[in-house]
Design a protein around this ligand. Structure first.
Ligand code: FES
Length: 575
């Protein structure tokens, strides 16, 4: 007997099509839903939407069909009706110019589809770098009860007895190939051995960092961030997520109750303790911005200076995500960080973070992978923000992945005006560059037309690489892959294309970097800079802007890195 008419609107009876007659709208909807073979009683159950970002262009999500089945099993078992729907998917290696340019598009897709379709809660299925922040951003703005299921990391591959994990080892081998130490034949073999299973990159890159942050925020089931993609536990986590989603639809815990200033602070602490990706600063800023929470970069520094790096994972350490999971994963990290965390934050299960940590009474920890607070990998957090005349609104430096001998550097700028200029000249043997110089890349920021690519990991100039130089200070308004490493200053804000001081740097200028003082200065007379700015403004006025479609929307509304590169009209309060 269908008793749905006696209950408050839920499931399919919510968010009806506007025909001006609610009863007719529901009758129509149930009729069309019946065409999919559902029994009337099934159509009266709580509806759990499943935002599925599977795509043939996303290798990291190739196991999602199997995961989806497991989520559905869980939902059915708990008395709900699972209904999956596709969204934009962002496969890191398959998008031109960059996946970041489309993160906000995916966030809009998720937000609007979650808001428009009839569901009582949503399971967000993602994993590859930009998909996790995009889905979180959308779910927060829709403010629908939501629970996250990540795809989990890849397993490592093997090459000549050595473990390989995408994509820190991709870069290491490519650098050796550029330096002439690996042959063309061998690099081709390595290409087939770097990414060998389903799942996200195998190191603490952006995808894994965002997964761990999402667990810390309280948006996913405890202990599920790091389970490998191909492990049976990943399927069990999917089934359990489905069960939890039905409970969540009854408890009505919405993201605004979970994403708070305190939980965001916990997430930043986690980021620091993981030695996590620089990209996570941008993404977490955008996620928090959807909940009306700003992350001023000085706040980041305060937290970084009071949080040790605990996790010994590539690219900053030596282990891989499968090791992290076996070593205790996020449960072990949160136990260790407990004295520094806000324990009263609500999580998606209804427990507080403190209750979640205490529920795990004796977590196993492998101390070779996850260190104690007393014996950390590094005494200070992995990331630091810099300010100064070259970066008035800030820049990011990953100190845990950099050469400490370069922390206090003054050097001569060698400037590349664009990505094309970089590609054309970096390996030119006549390039005037030596190992003590500072490489500067301009016009690779959010509004540069490049989509802020992960080009901040400028290659060491060919002639220096062959001479054995492994690291140099490199500065840009670009990003860097979470799997990369080096003494690299990123996200310089304002970017060159917005007329920031970065646009005014010329070959031979002196630049000073001080990690101790958190400073980045261009040592050029202000009067000279004013002259250069006047010339820059004339040139900038001639630049052709996109005239239609998403490119135009992006160009007109994307914010700088210090606001997470979100669109101005999508942040809470529209700013
Ligand atoms: Fe998808 Fe690295 S390419 S996580």
């Amino acid at each position: 007997m269908d008793d749905s008419k006696n209950k408050p609107p839920h499931g399919l009876s919510t968010r009806l099509v506007s025909y001006g007659d609610r009863a007719f709208s529901l009758y129509m909807r149930r009729s069309f839903a019946s065409s999919m073979g559902y029994l009337p009683a099934t159509l009266s159950k709580p509806v759990i939407g499943i935002a599925n970002s599977v795509s043939g262009f996303n290798n990291c999500h190739r196991h999602f069909p199997e995961l989806l089945e497991a989520v559905k099993r869980g939902v059915l078992q708990a008395g709900g009706l699972p209904i999956d729907f596709p969204t934009v998917s962002l496969g890191e290696a398959f998008l031109n110019p960059t996946s970041l340019m489309f993160r906000n598009l995916m966030a809009m897709d998720v937000e609007e589809m979650v808001r428009a379709q009839p569901m009582d809660a949503v399971v967000l299925m993602g994993g590859c770098d930009k998909t996790v922040p995009a889905q979180l951003m959308g779910a927060i703005s829709a403010n629908m009860p939501a629970i996250y299921l990540v795809g989990g990391p890849m397993m490592t591959g093997r090459h000549k007895g050595e473990r390989l994990g995408a994509c820190t080892d991709c870069r290491r081998f490519w650098a050796s190939y550029r330096a002439g130490k690996v042959s063309a034949e061998e690099i081709e073999v390595v290409e087939g051995r770097l990414a060998t299973t389903a799942g996200t990159c195998a190191v603490m890159g952006t995808a894994s960092t965002m997964a761990c942050i999402t667990e810390t925020l309280g948006m996913m089931l405890p202990g599920t961030a790091a389970i490998p993609a191909v492990h049976a536990d990943r399927l069990r986590a999917a089934e359990a997520t489905g069960i939890e989603a039905v409970r969540l639809s009854q408890s009505k815990i919405t993201p605004d109750k979970i994403i708070t200033r305190k939980s965001v602070e916990n997430a930043i602490r986690c980021l620091m303790a993981l030695g996590g990706s620089t990209n996570a600063v941008i993404h977490l800023t955008a996620v928090a911005g959807r909940a009306g929470i700003d992350i001023p970069l000085p706040w980041l520094n305060e937290i970084s200076d009071t949080t040790p790096v605990l996790v010994n994972l590539k690219p900053t350490g030596s282990h891989y995500m499968e090791d992290f999971n076996a070593a205790g994963g996020m449960s072990a990290v949160l136990h260790e960080l407990k004295p520094l965390l806000h324990l009263d934050c609500l999580t998606v299960t209804g427990q507080t973070l403190g209750e979640r940590i205490d529920a795990d009474t004796d977590p196993y920890v492998d101390r070779t992978v996850i260190r104690s607070m007393a014996e950390p990998v590094e005494p200070l957090g992995g990331l630091v923000s810099l300010f100064g005349t070259l970066a008035p609104q800030g820049a990011i430096f990953k100190r845990s992945a950099a050469d400490k001998t370069l922390f206090e550097t003054e050097g001569r700028a060698v400037v590349f005006s664009s990505l094309d200029d970089l590609a054309a000249r970096i390996d030119d043997d006549s390039l005037d560059v030596n190992a003590n110089d500072i490489l500067v890349l301009q016009n690779a920021g959010p509004i540069s037309g490049t989509g802020m690519p992960e080009a901040g990991y400028l290659p060491i100039p060919g002639k220096l690489a062959r001479a054995g130089v492994k690291d140099m200070v490199r500065i840009s308004d670009a990003r860097m892959s979470g799997t990369a490493f080096g003494s690299i200053v990123l996200h310089v804000t304002p970017e060159a294309a917005a007329g920031g001081p970065l646009a005014l740097v010329r070959n031979g200028d002196r630049i000073r970097l001080s990690i101790k003082d958190k400073k980045l200065d261009l040592l050029v007379d202000p009067a000279e800079l004013a002259k250069r700015k006047a010339v820059w403004e004339k040139e900038a006025a001639k630049k052709v802007q996109p005239t239609r479609g998403y490119q135009q929307l992006y160009q007109q509304h994307v914010l700088q890195a210090d606001k997470g590169c979100d669109f101005d009209f999508l942040r809470a309060g529209g700013k």
